[in-house]
Design a protein around this ligand. Sequence first.
Ligand SMILES: Cc1cc2nc3c(=O)[nH]c(=O)nc-3n(C[C@H](O)[C@H](O)[C@H](O)COP(=O)(O)OP(=O)(O)OC[C@H]3O[C@@H](n4cnc5c(N)ncnc54)[C@H](O)[C@@H]3O)c2cc1C
Length: 432
Amino acid sequence: PQAGSDLAAVRTRAVPQGDGTYKIFGQKIFITYGEHDMTDNIIHLVLARLPDAPEGVKGISLFVVPKFLLNADGTPGERNDVHCVSIEHKLGIHASPTAVLAFGDNGGAIGTLVGEANRGLEYMFIMMNEARFAVGMEGLALSERAYQQALAYAKDRVQGTEAGVRGGPKVSIIHHADVRRMLMSMKSQIEAQRALAYVVGAATDMAHHHPDEAVRAQNQAFMDLMIPVVKGWLTESSIELTSTGVQVHGGMGFIEETGAAQHFRDARITSIYEGTTAIQANDLIGRKIARESGQTVKAVIAEMRKVEASLAEASGDEFAAMRKSLSAGVTALEEAVAYIVATYGQDIKAASVGSVPFLKLLGIVAGGWQMGRAALVAARRLAEGSGDAGFYQAKVTTARFYADHVLSQAPGLAYSVVNGAAAALAMPEDMF
Ligand SMILES: Cc1cc2nc3c(=O)[nH]c(=O)nc-3n(C[C@H](O)[C@H](O)[C@H](O)COP(=O)(O)OP(=O)(O)OC[C@H]3O[C@@H](n4cnc5c(N)ncnc54)[C@H](O)[C@@H]3O)c2cc1C
């Protein structure tokens, strides 16, 4: 329980038995599906320390600990000494049991070492990277579901008359300007986020499977940079967007029957588990940016500038607005990257004040980059007269909305990254 974000604090012990197995002793809280009866067996991956392990994260090993030990024929046999001592009562995700597990209260839970001793954290991060991406997708999925529900409600709920139409008929709420703004805000951010997540997903495939080693390395660097952004930005946004979904419903959004509130409650955990947003942001500015002087992010910025140039060549107001907003966003991102690279080594606290705003900034600008690309493809298809014209027109309009309402926030975020440290760090603890 004492080792949450700080894995170096893990105290779970593993004692070698001399026969290749280990006895595990300790307690772990917050284990998703740590206990259930949906499968014949549950296989726990457990981090623990060997007796001679070095201090900190370099002394953590990874073990497999099954709920039921296996018989020689592989079927579940004797009960292992790992027991669920409670299931948490939560704000959301009520269908997901969150267990507290006790290991070794009755003599020791039998575990098997995975790989080599003291390399547990390294192994776990292979799983964690995938899991962080997956939790980003969980946030996105909740936003999408909330949008679908809000949209259906907005087309159905009749309230008031259309602004500017005297004595007109009562209309569905999608006719009201602010409801449209809310729906567009949801739709545009979801589309930007989905595009970004798929680009990162494709990079993951390339990093694993491309025949050329240099291409694999380039994609690996991009994926490593962007996974904390996919996790942090998509989940923080899902809290905001599912809340907007509630707002579209008015009072009915606060009533459980509509289901809108459930998305809001379920979204709340996504920015916490698999590492809080602050932990993603620390990883982003430290390991992924400062450590390599921003090399990968600068290469990504160069790609963004190419899209900005293509937007400048496209005709029409929408593309002029998108170019302007992307240009300002990318400049803001460059300033923030320069600040992080210059400050991190000298004053890590000052850089860290800006870490979460920086993560959001990179997400928003990367989303604008993807929306720009999508809008350019859509314009080309519209000019050719190929495909679904309504879909492509909606894509251009949605990209413009994103540029005007979301990407336009980038300079403000960069300002906070570059100037925000002094006041955040100034007050002594007792002045709070
Ligand atoms: C429903 C649920 C399911 C979960 N499922 C699992 C699971 O299956 N397996 C598993 O291993 N874990 C699981 N967790 C644990 C989860 O990953 C942790 O709760 C999470 O990582 C945060 O750790 P903590 O709760 O100890 O918070 P703390 O680490 O105490 O954090 C408290 C606050 O301090 C901030 N903070 C802490 N350290 C830093 C830092 N260095 N820099 C900046 N800010 C910092 C955090 O961002 C946060 O705002 C689950 C948790 C919940 C609630």
